[in-house]
Ligand binder design. Sequence first.
Ligand SMILES: [Fe+2]
Ligand SMILES: [Fe+2]
Length: 161
Amino acid sequence: MLANLDRVHRGDPRTIGYLRQALSHEMSVVQHYVTQGQLCALWGMDAECAYFRREASEELGHAAMIIRHMLALGLTPNATQLAAVRPGRDKAEFLVRDMQLEREAVQLYAEAVDHCRRTRDETARQLFAALLKDEQAHFHELERMLADATHRESCDVGIFG
Ligand SMILES: [Fe+2]
Ligand SMILES: [Fe+2]
């Protein structure tokens, strides 16, 4: 009985694993987008800097959602595995790298949603589904920006509009 209660309140080990992976991902992308934004600032690209600042802020919001869920489960939110920052050398490389990271997020959250559906953890499923929706939107936005990049660059207009 106690074991069952504990499982209900704390989530099963795999769900907790997804939460930890998710937090590590979100904190990693915060560092990543802040780095890209500050590179843009160093290069005097103010619009691009503002774009990456907004991205970092949105990813920080995701981290806060995950941390809130973990705290409610009595878990300590520690992102112990931050990914190495590889921002890219120019704007086009930035977008390609960003798409890789957003694709990884979509895969992670799609798996997590499936798992929570199977284990009937509706609260965690809703959290991961909301994150999945945002990451899919990020991915599609980057896809559009990258598709526009060649044309815009040939017109000497910034990728970020
Ligand atoms: Fe995110
Ligand atoms: Fe994202």
